[in-house]
Design a protein around this ligand. Structure first.
Ligand SMILES: [Zn+2]
Length: 62
């Protein structure tokens, strides 16, 4: 949680906008995501903005 709190807004934006969608086969924006803290990592679980596919973005060492 601290990691995400401390992360600058543009850093968060970078993570949010660079999630891999296995359906679109490209980096997409994740939306309606929830944050899951699984030490030491942070996981964003949400949906692809383009196709609605479930996607998960791992941020290492959160
Ligand atoms: Zn997609």
């Amino acid at each position: 949680m601290e990691f995400w709190k401390k992360m600058p807004e543009h850093g968060k934006k970078g993570v949010i906008e660079s999630c891999w969608c296995g359906s679109c086969m490209k980096a997409v924006t994740i939306e309606n995501f929830t944050l899951v803290f699984k030490k030491p990592d942070l996981i964003l679980q949400g949906f692809c903005k383009v196709c609605g596919n479930d996607i998960v973005r791992l941020v290492e060492g959160a």
